[in-house]
Design a protein around this ligand. Sequence first.
Ligand SMILES: [Zn+2]
Length: 256
Amino acid sequence: MQLIDTHVHINFDVFQQDLKALQQRWQDAGVVHLIHSCVEPSEFSSIQALADCFSELSFAVGLHPLDAAKWTPTSAAELLTLAQSDPRIVAIGELGLDYFKAENQQQQMEVCRGQLAIAQQLNKPIIVHCRDAAAPLRELFAEFNNLRGVMHCWAGNPEETQWFLDLGFYISFSGIVTFKKAEAIQASAQMVPSDRLLVETDCPFLAPVPKRGKRNEPAYVRHVAEKVAQLRGISLETLAAQTTENACTLFNLNLN
Ligand SMILES: [Zn+2]
């Protein structure tokens, strides 16, 4: 069985002491590839160094909406250059809108718009962070043609899920789908077509049940996959095959 964790942040300090053990555990869990997300371009060299160590890593470059204040007049040009600097870069992101407690909604919108233009120009998929902002994000996406990508760590209800399915997006479920009170998200996990479904950990955050509250890590994507398979009434093996094929299609991966 092969799984792909489509969203990790293993460059964070909490992993620096045991990266090799981490890799052993993700390999034991059947994880054959990982997509490393990027919250700000200054992380680029640390992510690139990890990809040098772990051949199963592909990565993204982008600016997270909660870091929108770091966007400057030269950011777009810098991002464009970085995104073309390494063949292991498979996506732009993470980008998006996070309106939970936000007071800089206009700024977030501009920063997201700038990155969408880059993704469109390079014909790269986007990794989308969306929190309390599904409606404005849907409107923003409508300004562009041919956007493709994934709604990562998805926590939307079925209606919102349908909006992004209609726009052609993949939907990626994280440990949140295993939480007790996640009925709306679980309903979303049941309705996504099998050719649009992805799984992820978003580690080190949001560890799935039965690891909830602990540091999350790529091996735990198996718990997410088990839950989504159970919700959809299919075997873990089938779910793994579907989501792995989808990740390869979206990010243009070649597993060997
Ligand atoms: Zn992330």
